[in-house]
Design a protein around this ligand. Sequence first.
Ligand code: NAD
Length: 458
Amino acid sequence: MAETKTQTKTSGDGEATSPLAVEEAKEQAQVEGESKPGQQAELSNLEIVRHYFDKAADHMGLPDDVRVVFWTPYREVTVQIPIKCTDGKIRVFSGYRIQHNGARGPYKGGVRFHPEVDVDEVRALASLMTWKTAVANVPFGGAKGGVNCDPEVLTHDELQRITRSFMDKIEKVLGPTRDIPAPDVNTNAQTMAWMMDEYGKLHGHTPAICTGKPLSLEGSHGREAATGRGCVYMFREAAPSLGLSPADTKFVVQGFGNVGSWAARIMQQLGSKMIAVSDVHGAIRNDEGIDADALQKHLASGNRITEFPGSEEVSAEDLIAVPCDVFIPAALGGMIHEGNAHRMQCKVLVEGANSPTTPAADEILRENDTYVIPDVMANAGGVVVSYFEWVQNLQHFRWDEREVNDKLGNVMRKAYREVSSRAKEEGLDLREAAYLVGIERVVEAARTRGYIDHTDHE
Ligand code: NAD
């Protein structure tokens, strides 16, 4: 990450400033045309996850007193992260690690750096991880972490200090058999390397403390691409019954980051054509096709998406409405909502992002016969390969990329088939069926280990 990113504000009076300085910078950026359209969801991420959980719980007749166990997380840690920034001032950030449920194994979930991170968002993402690990049937519980900061206005050194300080403050609730973080929005292999190094200062070299690490530090082949690749595996499973062939598929990506760019590059390898794409800075469209590999290189060289040659700039609102076969939301939660879902013209929605679709939007998409492959199964590829990385670390062994991708394919196909056959049996959509499968597995584990009383609910 380039040092030139520093735009932290100074007041000139030598006093410590709060993270409000970062907020001000963000507001300023929005005034200057950097607004983040699409985030007008009628519900918060927590309300979205709670809604889908309750709907499945109603269907399966889960008693209220059992439900209550899953409405709230097992453990919530909130920490203060004071950092001396490169301008000499101290800024205080808030960090969270929330462990939702560990009935099926150690807690597992990413760490997000974003100015909109708050305790409710992390709660929502943690509970989604509980259901996701269960649907994929990997032996983990669900957790999530986040720091309320804006990496767009922080230097590489400041990000390193935030990461190390965050790890120092939460390490007591982490561990390779307790809770294992991974990357999420605005964090990456470098962030995980810092986390592992900081943890190692206290506990000795412990690669299995986090996943999504660089290959040079016992990361796994295939981890970086895994979430996007998993989305593509899910689409391939669904395609024949929808009359789609990957070679003739046109797709749109909202959020060309880790998940979105890898999904695009792998779809392209199958012959599919990306016809529109966005990131936080803008959106572009070209009905003749946008080369995902070239766009990736263009952005990695520090260019803006809207400067990509040969494409027309469109608004974020219009990106939603581009007619296509597959739409892949891969940015933030709540970006498909009751105000824009009716504009969507895709046959399939593959949810790379977490909670991209509000319940009202989900209803609109159902009425319009859009086939939705929900987050809780579609984007599980990341945690599946994180599981493989953890297994390799515990054994100090390395699998080659082909082995990782083949194993990922097997897990994703199995999850798709289990969920889709359940959906058919019970007349449900994939989201309801996936939650049903996930909740059943977690409840069974929680009861069997005696975490919740077995006898009262037989
Ligand atoms: P990332 O930071 O690599 O990419 C996020 C992308 O979204 C960036 O291109 C960013 O510019 C873009 N974006 C942000 N706000 C936007 C807006 N308002 N409009 C359009 N684009 C916007 O993050 P990621 O790891 O790719 O995660 C993306 C989503 O996938 C998140 O919802 C995350 O929780 C989910 N997810 C990630 C993983 C993983 O392994 N990284 C696993 C499962 C789910």
